[in-house]
Write a protein that binds this ligand. Structure first.
Ligand SMILES: [Zn+2]
Length: 107
């Protein structure tokens, strides 16, 4: 296992983990329970990639997550729950709705 270098923003890391899992990369959050028990305490939540072979890909995805391409044209809103999503996602991480639905709605 390898720890992914990430900013220690717990809520963002949860989303990041979902995104990685969706890309087929198994990963785990550490210290999350501590964070939930003491949400105001700045514990570092860590994101660990299970398989070292997935690490480069995970790092790349992480990079584009925290530093998205400057053009925001790809940003779309979920037709089902209204969540704003970045262009690299084909489905809503929040409710699972497909992007095509949103595109049809806004077209
Ligand atoms: Zn949604």
């Amino acid at each position: 296992m390898k720890q992914l270098a990430t900013p220690s923003e717990s809520t963002e890391l949860g989303l990041l983990k979902n995104m990685l899992e969706e890309a087929g990369i198994h990963c785990a959050l550490r210290n999350e329970q501590t964070f939930q028990a003491f949400p105001t305490t700045p514990f570092n939540v860590e994101l660990w990639v299970d398989d070292d072979a997935d690490y480069p890909k995970a790092q790349e995805l992480c990079e584009s997550w925290f530093h998205p391409p400057s053009d925001t044209a790809g940003i779309w809103s979920c037709a089902q729950c209204g969540q704003r999503l970045r262009g690299q996602f084909d489905s809503c991480w929040k409710c699972g709705a497909k992007r095509e639905m949103a595109d049809k709605m806004t077209a």
